[in-house]
Design a protein around this ligand. Structure first.
Ligand code: FDM
Ligand code: MG
Length: 212
């Protein structure tokens, strides 16, 4: 049996509060992996480019109102509509760096008071990340970082609830990085953590589904 036949890209997810630095760090990470000769793409959820994504975007910018359950399921649908492309990319050897995933889905909706198990249910069967990195920052610190952009969830009191919900969700496999360190330090730690997973997946680490 040819061992390299199961070689694939790694599914790496960055999670954290708004203004924790996920977006900057994801693009820096992508540049780094590219510079090392790896095939890699930067993804983000919500993906606002699809028609589901446009409904989400309009909700987030307060242009439309939706029931909490409804918007939760739209966020989930937005991941489901990308699942098969995601799997194909990984199997073709492309590493995916994903800015937010199912954990944002559960943390933000359960912060509104929805039941955690109910929130997890529609995520079951999506691809399980090889690695979840949590960029850890106090909500107060995050809110001091040049202010929020004015979207629906970008408010200190709500972000405190989200932080608590992330803590409930967090499991021992998550890698936590202190996001208050200088940007270069966060970047370096992220590179080291991700490297091991990229190598493991190249060697044929199996791909699993949520929710484990
Ligand atoms: N968000 C994001 C959710 O509420 N559920 C989800 O499933 C996802 C992926 O959408 F406040 C929230 C988190 C954030 C908002 O995300 C928009 P970005 O990363 O700021 O675009
Ligand atoms: Mg935001």
């Amino acid at each position: 049996k040819n061992c390299s036949s199961n070689s694939r890209g790694a599914l790496i997810v960055l999670e954290g509060l708004d203004r924790s630095g996920k977006s900057s760090q994801s693009s820096r990470l992508v540049s780094y992996l590219e510079s090392q000769g790896h095939a890699v793409e930067l993804w983000r959820f919500p993906d606002r480019n699809t028609s589901v994504g446009q409904m989400i975007s309009s909700y987030l910018s307060n242009k439309s109102q939706l029931d909490d359950h409804t918007i939760h399921l739209l966020f989930s649908a937005n991941r489901w509509e990308k699942r098969s492309v995601m799997e194909a990319k990984l199997k073709a050897g492309v590493n995916l760096i994903v800015d937010r995933y199912s954990y944002s889905g559960v943390a933000f909706s359960s912060a509104k008071g929805l039941d955690v198990e109910w929130c997890k249910a529609p995520e079951v069967g999506l691809l399980a990340p090889d690695l979840v990195v949590y960029l850890d920052i106090l909500p107060e610190k995050a809110s001091e970082r040049g202010g929020y952009g004015g979207e629906r969830y970008e408010q200190l009191e709500f972000q405190k609830k989200v932080a608590h919900c992330y803590e409930v969700l967090r499991d021992p496999s998550w890698k936590i990085i202190d996001a208050c360190q200088p940007m270069e330090e966060v970047e370096k730690q992220l590179q080291e953590i991700v490297w091991d997973q990229v190598v493991a997946c190249q060697k044929g680490k199996p791909l699993f589904n949520l929710w484990r």
